[in-house]
Design a binder for this molecule. Structure first.
Ligand SMILES: *Cc1c(COP(=O)(O)O)cnc(C)c1O
Length: 485
């Protein structure tokens, strides 16, 4: 299996190299030359548990690992130490659809599905590529990804992680989640500045040659864990294959609450591997760039940025979309991406608009009010409580069903536990909760949902603070040096 850059097919890499590098040298994303077909029947796959099914999917993409290496990584990630559900993920039927609960990992959101295995894929890739140094992950976070990455890298031998967050720019719960992170190899630093400052300064540290040289001499090498890494995309394909094999209908729809387009792209790769998908419904919140794109073929980020209760979908540039664009537009991709960075806008070439790939996708969106109403409705009908991201997808699906009459068996990707967004969830059900304190709301949600308070939440309440460094926004490099040099 060979990967190449979306912007230049001649820039190639093996799976290990692509995982280790994250991004191609020309700024493109690594995509496989060919998407492999599943090599076992659905009858056989239906008998496998999650780790073994993940193996059958991942082995086809990460073919330079030995079977033992890949299975080791899988077993280190998908176990009941990291997940509070014995099957890792599960399907819950409610109001005519199935919810694929992807939030049973350590930070109760779907990013754990990929970030729990990425550290192991990276360490093995490093060894295969002859890298002897420890891998140090540098990340700027506006809240959620930082915590999921910290939890994934926590105590993984041969790795370290430093997360920078805007000191006054994340929610109290998010901050507590990060500063209580255990693990000798984890570091969390607040910066006096906003998220853009954090991101810019991390990028600077990444590309600082003097720092890189000093780090190498001390036995460390930087890498990044962001969502364009193929090592995050490939593990996500597995749960779509898994969901299909638990139900085995003639055809299936997946509805995915979308931000960076990583999760739904994994569903598309499952389709290419042979899962009989009828429609992929890409659900957006009020930041509906993708909805407009699928309706018109024009991607245009020049619009107001709207803050919603589904913050992980508040995104105007969906970086993983470039992988789909590369299939649709081929050699024109680099040019389109240049237009995106120069003018914030591009149009798909006319000849690609009727392609089979594009026909598979259906754009939908749900406003803040539609999202809230859906949480309330599903709670009252079924007693099942959704987080705001999943509720956007669920509301979008209801609209899609009304518009099309499509009654294909449908699975909605459920990307976070309602406990992660307790306030938005409960105030959707009843305004009376708005006056209550954050920590009291956990008990209220427990009463309404009958779902036990997850460990991730209990930890926030009781775990001791381990990280209390705060630095000026131009002092990141000094802080990194203090840790490693
Ligand atoms: C990251 C995230 C999403 C969006 O997923 P993408 O892969 O970025 O499209 C949706 N819901 C939740 C809860 C998330 O954390």
């Amino acid at each position: 299996m060979i990967y190449h850059s979306t912007r230049n097919t001649k820039l190639t890499a093996t799976a290990s190299e692509a995982i280790l590098k994250g991004i191609a040298p020309d700024g493109g994303l690594y995509v496989p030359d060919d998407i492999p077909k599943l090599d076992k029947s659905f009858t056989k796959l239906a008998k496998l548990d999650y780790p073994h099914l993940a193996y059958e999917v991942m082995k086809l993409f990460i073919d330079d690992f030995t079977p033992e290496e890949l299975m080791d990584a899988i077993n280190n990630a998908y176990n009941t130490k990291n997940f509070d559900h014995e099957d890792i993920t599960c399907l819950v039927e409610a109001d005519g659809a199935y919810y694929l609960e992807l939030f049973h990992g350590r930070t109760i959101a779907f990013k754990d599905m990929a970030l729990s295995i990425l550290p192991y894929l990276m360490m093995t890739s490093a060894r295969k590529c002859g890298v002897k140094e420890d891998i140090v992950i540098l990340t700027a976070t506006s809240g959620d990804t930082g915590k999921a990455a910290l939890a994934g890298f926590d105590s993984v031998p041969g790795t370290g992680i430093v997360v920078f967050y805007p000191k006054d720019g994340v929610s109290p719960v998010q901050e507590r989640q990060m500063v209580t992170q255990a693990g000798e190899n984890t570091h969390v630093i607040g910066i006096r500045g906003n998220f853009d400052d954090a991101q810019r300064e991390v990028k600077k540290a990444f590309t600082d040659e003097t720092l890189a040289k000093k780090m190498l001499e001390a036995g460390y090498r930087f890498s990044s864990a962001n969502s364009i890494n193929i090592g995050r995309l490939v593990p996500q394909i597995a749960y779509y294959v898994y969901a299909y094999t638990r139900l085995c209908p003639k055809e299936i729809n997946f509805v995915v609450p979308t931000g960076n387009f990583g999760n739904i792209l994994a569903a598309y790769y499952a389709y290419r591997m042979g899962v009989p998908i009828h429609k992929l419904i890409c659900a957006s919140n009020d930041n509906k760039v993708l909805y407009d794109f699928f309706k018109t073929g024009v991607y245009d980020r020049n619009r107001e940025f709207i803050l919603t209760s589904s913050p992980s979908m508040d995104i105007l540039i969906s970086s993983n979309l470039e992988r789909l664009i590369a299939e649709l537009a081929g050699e024109e991709t680099a040019g389109l991406m240049k237009q995106l960075s120069d003018k914030g806008r591009y149009e798909l070439p006319a000849n690609s608009r009727s392609s089979e790939a594009l026909q598979l996708f259906e754009g939908e969106f749900a406003s803040e009010a539609e999202m809230s109403a859906r949480i309330k409705e599903l709670y009252e009908k079924e007693g099942y409580i959704l987080d705001p991201h999943t509720a956007v997808a669920s509301a979008a699906y209801e609209k899609y069903k009304k518009e099309t009459g499509d009654d294909t068996c449908t699975v909605i990707a459920s990307t976070a536990s309602p406990y992660k967004f307790t306030r938005a969830v409960l105030t959707s059900i009843d305004a009376k909760y708005s006056s209550m304190e954050d920590f009291a709301l956990f008990d209220e949600l427990n009463k309404l949902s009958q779902v036990p308070v997850p460990k991730a939440i209990k930890d926030i309440i009781s775990a001791p603070v381990k990280h209390n460094t705060v630095c000026d926004k131009d002092k990141l490099i000094e802080e990194i040096e203090k840790i490693y040099l």
